[in-house]
Write a new protein. Structure first.
Ligand code: ATP
Length: 515
């Protein structure tokens, strides 16, 4: 069976998502709104299943983590205290010829990725040449061409870091000129200066349309957790270390919002802030890096699709940060962030609100502002990660082709399709009876129209792990066939054992137990 994985593009995935009711462009009848999307029937099920997996892994599996659901609107001073009013900016640059707008730092990072691509090419060429005797480590440390590329990368990274760190926009523009970076669309090098652009959306509270009523749509869910730190700690009687988890919408006026649901202006985050004793942050940073990676890998999307990437430019609040990157169709990109946020947020909220946000530690008999370790993952990006790994165009042994979504069965929107072989002879009634029984345990879908082959293909295309077919034999001995999406093998089982069989691969508890 051939799998054309390397040819799959975001476009393939986006059009499949639209055709099969996963994701539609928002307000499409008005030609859509850029970088906003609506989730359809299958998409919302998949999204809910991802949330469920995350929430249970965080809140249910850890007795020291509790969840909240804070409001999207927050007191405007929140965003002063968090640093977002002053520092939540992206450096933007326009190309004067193409009139296209870019993030200046991303243009430079893409240039670094290009050089890294050259290194990867050298490595794979050498690996082919030397065969089993190839020592990659040694090659990377000694090959002259590779060393030259690596030093180019380090130099660019240093300059980028310095310009980002000091907010020196002129230095960033100079670097773009020096590297002769061209507009990826038009090839033109006719750039404007680099400018800062604040990513927060604002609106007015109530009927007063002036500065005093100005409020923001939250650009991250984390602040809703910080301002509730004491409420939760007291009412849930939590002792350090403990965590607060939240899933909710966030809004960012992204400069360039392309790449389907990878970068949206309205999106959803799943964040967990873990409150710890100062000084223990290194240990918890490693702990959560490892724990989050295990959560990802347990889904079976492919271990080699993930890697850690340490942040070059630490945000104003962090003393260590990394991303879990995923190999999307457009390459390795950030899926989740793990940040050691120190006591920056709570300390700053203390200052701005005048309220003490401290923890009294019974063990040491002292009060302090806790440190925070954050894990932050975009729900929509996770959705895209699942889709990127799941979407496959297969050539079958009989020469035909199928498009199948090999979504991890626990996340699949529908676990089972119940299909009467023909739409007569009492088969539909029998099938509906089975539906009525299993629908309490499994998200099930009933389909009677079209040939059975066509119906199987449709279920493959929406990622349904099992198809159960009711035929004449069912009427005689209460047995059905169960077809596996991935192997396409069919097996005869009795209706009595059906639920156990369906549970086999779709049981979330089993997955949670394995991590
Ligand atoms: P990026 O560098 O891609 O802009 P970020 O570092 O600003 O992301 P964080 O502020 O760390 O992102 O947000 C945590 C997570 O939220 C990210 O890992 C990502 O999964 C998700 N996320 C951030 N911005 C967006 C967006 N515009 N659309 C969809 N998901 C997003």
């Amino acid at each position: 069976m051939a799998n054309g994985d390397e040819l799959i593009t975001l476009k393939n995935i986006a059009s499949h998502c639209k055709e099969y009711g996963f994701i539609y462009p928002s307000s499409e009848i008005y030609d859509g709104l850029s970088a906003t999307y609506d989730y359809g029937p299958n998409g919302s099920e998949l999204k809910n299943n991802i949330k469920d997996y995350w929430w249970k892994a965080m809140v249910r599996m850890n007795e020291n983590i509790v969840g909240i659901d804070a409001a999207i609107f927050m007191h405007p001073t929140t965003w002063k205290a968090s640093g977002h009013v002053d520092a939540f900016n992206d450096p933007l640059i326009d190309n004067k010829d193409s009139k296209k707008r870019y993030r200046a730092d991303v243009l430079i990072e893409d240039q670094i990725a290009k050089i890294q691509g050259k290194i990867d090419k050298e490595v794979s060429k050498a690996a082919k040449r030397f065969g089993d005797a190839f020592d990659q480590e040694q090659f990377l440390n000694t090959n002259e061409r590779v060393l030259k590329y690596q030093s180019q990368i380090s130099e660019i990274e240093e300059k980028l870091k310095a310009s980002m760190g000091s907010g020196n926009l002129k230095a960033m523009k100079d670097l773009i000129d020096e590297l002769e970076i061209a507009d990826p669309v038009s090839g033109s090098r006719n750039w404007t200066d680099v400018r800062q652009f604040n990513l927060m959306f604002s609106t007015e509270l109530g009927s007063v349309a002036d500065e005093s009523g100005k409020i923001y749509l939250r650009p991250e869910t984390a602040q809703g957790i910080f301002v509730n730190y004491l409420n939760v700690q007291k009412t849930s009687r939590m002792k350090l270390p403990f965590g607060i988890a939240q899933i909710g919408k966030a809004f960012r006026n992204e400069i360039i919002a392309r790449q389907f649901i990878f970068r949206m202006r309205e999106f959803e985050q799943m964040e967990m802030q873990f409150f710890i004793q100062p000084g223990s942050e290194k240990e918890w940073y490693e702990h959560w890096k490892e724990k989050r990676m295990r959560w990802h890998k347990a889904l079976g999307l492919g271990d080699d699709r993930y890697r850690f990437h340490d942040h070059l430019n630490l945000a104003h609040y962090a003393n260590a940060a990394c991303d879990i990157e995923f190999n999307f169709p457009m390459g390795f990109k950030e899926l989740e962030g793990i940040h050691s946020r120190t006591n920056f947020d709570l300390g700053s909220h203390e200052k701005f609100s005048g309220k003490k946000l401290q923890y009294f530690d019974n063990n040491t008999n002292e009060s302090y502002v806790p440190y925070v370790l954050e894990t932050s993952i975009g729900l929509d990006r996770m959705f895209l990660a699942v889709m990127s790994a799941a979407y496959q165009e297969e050539k079958l042994e009989d020469g035909s082709e199928r498009t199948v979504l090999k979504i991890p069965p626990v996340l699949a929107p529908n676990k089972v399709a119940v299909l009467p072989l023909v739409d007569k002879d009492g088969l539909p009634e029998k099938a509906l009876k089975i539906m009525d029984d299993i629908k309490f345990d499994f998200n099930a879908i009933y389909e009677a129209k079209d040939s059975i082959g066509k119906r199987y293909r449709r279920q493959d295309a929406i990622g349904t792990p099992y198809c159960v077919t009711i035929d004449n034999e069912t009427m005689e001995d209460d047995s059905v066939t169960i077809r596996d999406r991935d192997t396409m093998q069919q097996e005869r089982v009795s209706i009595a054992e059906l639920k156990d069989r369906l549970r086999d691969k779709t049981d979330l508890n089993k997955l949670l137990r394995s991590i």
